[in-house]
Design a protein around this ligand. Sequence first.
Ligand code: MN
Length: 231
Amino acid sequence: MTNLFPSPQWPTVPVKGETAAYPVHRIFCVGRNYAAHAAEMGVEVDREAPFYFTKSALMTQATGTTIPYPPGTENFHYEMELVIAIGAPVFKADTETAAKAIYGYACGLDMTRRDLQLAARAKQRPWDLGKDVEQSAVFAAITKAADFAAPGPQHIHLEVNGETRQKARLDDLIWKVEEIVSHLSHYYHLQPGDLIMTGTPAGVGAVVEGDVITGGIDGLDPIKLTIGAPE
Ligand code: MN
């Protein structure tokens, strides 16, 4: 049977050292995974369990591009994050098995309509309008896990117009990468194509038209995003 209209292709992310790209199927995001960021958001962090929200794969945006300042917000924020790329099916896995399912890592930006997220949070409503924003899931090229040391002392940082706004280390992550993959695998049949944004350090803030966001994690390809005029 033919389709009534063209079906979009899965967005892809390049992989270092590969001519083939990584197709993005799902984007999971961990909330409050750095204690200092949780504190700046006015919440206490516990180790009870990580929690998640999602972005549509179609929100994927390539590094180095310009996105329009999105509609419906007056407080559009950057969040610099370590991204996990799943490379093998993993379901109800322990941390050891979960670690083996990690294909690679990338720098990511979880761009957020903060005003809408906080308004939803205050009313105990879902975060979708704040988080599942068009062009808001920005990814740099994936580095294969074998080419990256286990997440630990690497610095994670973000600048706006060259000025440092976020600076932390990956060992500041409350939930470690294999713990996140293991935990999430008890709720989903994780598959190749699933990306997990692992949360952002302290220092989140607003950007405006004309701002250039750059970020990096030691050992991974850096990321860049420019904020254009509103549509
Ligand atoms: Mn985030």
